[in-house]
Design a protein around this ligand. Sequence first.
Ligand code: 3PG
Length: 307
Amino acid sequence: MKKVLIATEKPFAPAAVNQMVGILEQAGYQVQRLEKYASKAELLDAVKDVNAMIVRSDIVDREVLDAAKELKVVVRAGSGFDNFDLVACTEKGMVAMNTPGQNSNAVAELSIGMMIFMARGNFKGGSGSELKGKTIGVYGCGNIGRRVAKIAQGLGMKVVALDPCITKVSMEPYDVKVVQSVDELFSASDFLSLHIPANEKTRKSVSFDLMNKMPKGATVINTARKEVIDEEGLKKMLEERPDFKYISDIAPSCHDELAGKFDLRYYSTPKKQGAETSEANVNAGVAAAEQIVAFFESGDQTYRVNK
Ligand code: 3PG
């Protein structure tokens, strides 16, 4: 009997877990759950004899893979897979997958909510400003970026976009202005919503020089990854540009230095919550469970992310 581990330091909503367990048990698999685990040792112990694993942002590094002697497939129930050691997965003949698009609406709605929160002075009273008529830069035009663009248009915002991987043609249905360079994107954006992955090309790429191109009163919204920000540059921006605001769903490493110092201009959620809706949990969790069944039953590797 195949054994599937659902290992989530940040657990899925109960409705999602119930459906995932149902799908896996229906396929005749045994399900093991490890939730809210406090140490890596617990994960290393839990992976010992499982054939498949579903995780969220949980770190799946070489040490975890070494311990998972029977593992054939690991699915990240979500979009970003920077928590996987893909090289190690490939070396060990394991298949790594994600579930693209399944939680994108939840993240997009959070990004828009964060913009309103900053434009309205953190809901603390006082006169704020509106989004209508302002320009939002969408940096990264995957599922989340495109959803942000669509909602922003509904709010009467102008949308400019850049994604190194997506051509002008594929953004045509979205009626957004596709700019040609990152400098152009930041220069045009009153609000800049980050939707790029964290990888060797993007790490620390959002620099002081780039952010400093933004117009007066600009806000950067980060629901992507903290690694894409150059934190020294961020600190400098907040120090030198008293009009600049930054809000993030992933606290920067320098959070303690920033919190309280830049009242109404800096905010970070206490725990990443972009995908924390029951709808997103169900969508991503069910997709992950179905992908595992499809992998074992018919060899389906559609959402494989390692080569
Ligand atoms: C993702 O990459 O899918 C999001 O960042 C959500 O991550 P989470 O499942 O850890 O909340």
